[in-house]
Design a protein around this ligand. Sequence first.
Ligand code: F6R
Length: 608
Amino acid sequence: MCGIVGYTGTQRASQVLLEGLKTLEYRGYDSAGLAVLHQGKITVEKVSGRIANLCEKTHDGLSVEGCTGIGHTRWATHGAPTDVNAHPHLSNDGRFAVVHNGIIENYAALREELRAKGYTFRSETDTEVVVHLIEMYYQGDLKKAVIKTVARLEGSYALGIVCTDHPNTLFAVKEASPLILGIGAGENFFASDVTALIAHTKNAVYLDDGELAELTGEEVRIYDCTGREIQKPVSRITWGMEAAEKGGYEHFMLKEIMEQPAAVKAALSPRLKDDEIVLDDFELSGEYLSRVNKILITACGSAYYAGCAGRYAIEKLCRIPTEAVLASELRYCDPIVDEHTLLIVLSQSGETADTIAAMKECKRRGARTLAIVNVVGSTIAKLADNTLYTWAGPEIAVATTKGYTTQVAVLYLFALYTARKLGRLDGEEWTGYLREMRMMPRKLQETLDLSHPAERIAKKYRDARSLFFIGRNTDYAVAQEGALKMKEISYLHAEAYAAGELKHGTIALIVEGQPVIAVCCCDELSEKTMNNIIEVKTRGAKVAAIAKPGNRAILSQADDVLFIADTPSVFSPLLSVVPLQLLAYYTAKENGRDIDKPRNLAKSVTVE
Ligand code: F6R
């Protein structure tokens, strides 16, 4: 999704902006640009395609002079990814330049109004209305003009603005899109994400919706939507630059797969205190939880599949009816939700538009909201009544891995916490589950070590036209995530089926050589899934099974077996997803795919 960066200080702005934009590449984009103020003029350079093209065009920034500027990576929504549609956009009089992340929903009406007043549009973007509105409202006071402009906008926007009348000044506004200020010494920054800031400063200010910031090299002023100056706390960024780099791995995705033991440890261990689970700075009382008659989990993509896996643990341990619903469906389904519903919202980025909309809809109907989010200060984290961060660190690869596992881990903690509060877990059962949680990071490492055959198995599947993933219950939830991983990075068709459904249609597709990945880690149901393995084998399928170490029988049934560390069935998705991630990774690698940036995908989906 789009990324924005702003810089004002004493360095050559174009170089700082290009470096910042490179760190935002992972968000997904199809054009890039920058605008720099110098000697009363704005120089704009923009190109379609990669940031490398922008570096080439500007001789790595050397051809653009000036110490204050804004930069942008665009993921096309309105208008094709062309040079003209790339940001920044200039006002007709050339005095203002704007970069934008988000969508201006009422841009068509505004465009008509501005055209009627004589403004000329050069691009097809929704963004261009913003810069013309600013020009229209400007009477020497840029802050006032920006406030008047945003009052006219409907939708989501993080905006970066420069003006020739304010040579060393950046303006930034946030509404429903991420924007963080970086506070330096003699220089200041803004960006969509801390990864663009950490090379320069660890001090950040997280803007809230409706706030406006005015930055010079010396000071940062923040205003509310009426223009009244406000004070905001400066937070310390705890992510190091190293965490945002590849750390010796060929791809960010592989690095992030390998980081899972550490990431899950970071998510679990601070919350496992002696004989109890503590939820950061809040508590859900037994009295409140006993009034909850339904838990809804909502999310998109892999986060939704994490919800599907966690649902089983919540229902099994808490005996509260729990459902995972796609946010894009929930937002429009007139959901039956009230104050007895607890809505759990899962999101790595915390900025997914559908998830935010579903959350707002359920909040409106009275649900209490608990967010499980990775990105600190993100929109979902701020909107929720309570937030549990997953503390997975920055996830750069577009395909999520540690984002998913940390979400699942935190859902398990929630399930255990709630069951305990409801008086459903005690004695040896309780301490046994806590012990299991404490051992999860080690078991993840063991599973990573056991998963090395994935590289060899991937060679067999590299030319497959299609792969089936099957499983039952928790294994089915993981099969869905495995199929999604395979699709998104290897571009091979992959589909997950509840194994019991095979006979109801899908088995017609099983022919000689059809690859089937069977997840078989649910003790109570492994015999049933093994029967399904026999059924597909009889019809010529090639089966790779994911199984627990005790299941030796599977060795004589499947063509290949990837074992995971032993764990109770209810928690097995946290481990069984690992060989599936690696299988997808190596299949994509075999096929020479752009693993960290798969085609057509964006890391943070901030539009519907
Ligand atoms: C798949 C993937 C996506 C995200 C989905 C939700 O690998 O990354 O399916 O899981 O777009 O994103 P978040 O978790 O940021 O809300």
